[in-house]
Design a binder for this molecule. Sequence first.
Ligand code: ZN
Length: 267
Amino acid sequence: MEVYIYISLFILGLCFGSFFNVVGLRLSAGQSIHKPRSHCPKCGHVLSWYELIPVFSYIFLGGKCRNCKSHISPKYLIFELLTGILFMLSYFVFGYSGELLVSVFFVSLFVIICVSDLEYMLIEDSVIIFFLIFIIILRLIFKIPEDFITFNLHPYLETLLGGIFGFGLLFSIAIIGKKIYKQDAMGGGDIKLYGIIGLVLGFKLTFMSLFLASIIGSIIGLSLTLLRIIQKGTPIPFGPFIAVGSLIAYFIGPDLINWYLNLLFNM
Ligand SMILES: [Zn+2]
């Protein structure tokens, strides 16, 4: 029985992932989601239904356009698979519960953001507003999990505190950054995104998410510079690091905190 749930969630994830590729790429480019129909960016060949099946079409067509044989980026495939895996992981962590639905929304938000941030270095406002509304509704229905709570607060207060903290902290960093460097250190999209993250994670896990995102971002940024893959001072999209940091905090944050506390007290 369990295995069927995992398979269903994986297939659902592949289909949604395919849709998120379109949403992430088109909305940020100011295009409509449904018009024109999906086509090859090189030759304009309109894709038929059998060229739009997630993963299978890509493999079947050998990663090339059927008409002009130009190469199709494997990132579409990667984001489809990633969504499928994250949907399964949501069930693995939260089981059949209300939090599963919150998790599916949360990972979907990050997939869309990674698609558009990697392509355009932009986090689209309409995406943020859509998810903000749904996350608020979901968090009112399905209260924040017990082990996310920081100070024995009422779940709603923890949610609110997380949201204010996430938004406020990034807003402050952005203002200070602008004072020091005389340029926008952080996109407005990142700031609003952290408001949503705070509502889902609560206070302590939002803090952890930002901590992890900064560390991972610094390590990767530094490595890319040292390996001369990018030049020093080249701006890197921060969205993917926020996504990784937040999802680690969301899926295993409370376990990480327990492990760390155990380590401290047993020294
Ligand atoms: Zn083509």
